[in-house]
Design a protein around this ligand. Structure first.
Ligand code: E4P
Length: 218
């Protein structure tokens, strides 16, 4: 099980990296905008800064929606650092671009995935990673984790190598459920990662251990 952080915030990436458990980063245009990063040069420099912190895969999303534009943008993004992964939306042109990059050996992350049919065609096109959006499916009163489970079964039955990167994770429980459902990777906001550490009985137990130690060493 690998952990990616889903943010473009440098401080949060550093904090997760310092925990020693961070395997990669995913970003998207909304997350870049949230950090106030705009303009080609700033965006490129921001990806460079992220890749300086993290050795693992860093997903950088294309903005173009036509295959030629996606390929042009993706090739430029791939020049930024060897660990850049080209993040491409699940569209007809997106599938063509994923196929192109797959044949060139450039890693891709197929994003905005909401069904097993989409997962099937992305794997067939040669996507390196597949991002089903768990939280956004739950938002419409459907079952995001069930989708992860179905895709995991589908990929196992068919022997696809595309890795399932559970995305749109909203809480720590989503992480555990996605892991149980067969996700290879979970990408999540920092609070969801840190939430895994927490249990009130741990805090109570530690306070008691320390109090007992203090008493017998007074
Ligand atoms: C990751 O690849 C996605 O961009 C991200 O997880 C979306 O999360 P959200 O649904 O919380 O915006």
């Amino acid at each position: 099980m690998r952990f990616f952080i889903d943010t473009a915030n440098i401080e949060q990436i550093k904090e997760a990296h310092d925990l020693g458990i961070l395997d990669g980063v995913t970003t998207n245009p909304s997350l870049m905008a949230k950090e106030g990063i705009s303009g080609k040069e700033n965006i490129t420099n921001h990806y460079k800064a992220i890749c300086d912190i993290v050795d693992g895969p860093v997903s950088a999303e294309v903005i173009a929606t036509d295959v030629e534009g996606m390929i042009r943008e993706g090739e430029e993004l791939a020049q930024i650092a060897p660990n850049i992964v080209i993040k491409i939306p699940m569209t007809k042109d997106g599938i063509k671009a994923i196929r192109y990059f797959s044949q060139k050996g450039i890693p891709t992350n197929c994003t905005l995935v909401f069904s097993s049919g989409q997962a099937l065609i992305a794997a067939k096109a040669g996507a390196t990673f597949l991002s089903p959006f768990v939280g956004r499916i739950d938002d419409i009163n459907w079952d995001g984790v069930a989708l992860i489970r179905e895709i995991a079964e589908l990929y196992a039955v068919q022997g696809f190598n595309t890795e399932i990167l559970a995305a749109s994770v909203r809480n720590s429980r989503h992480i555990v459920q996605s892991a149980l459902a067969g996700a290879d990777i979970v990408t999540c906001p920092l609070p969801s990662i840190l939430g895994l550490l927490k249990h009130p009985l741990t805090d109570i137990g530690l306070a008691k251990f320390l109090a007992d130690h203090k008493k017998s060493n007074a």
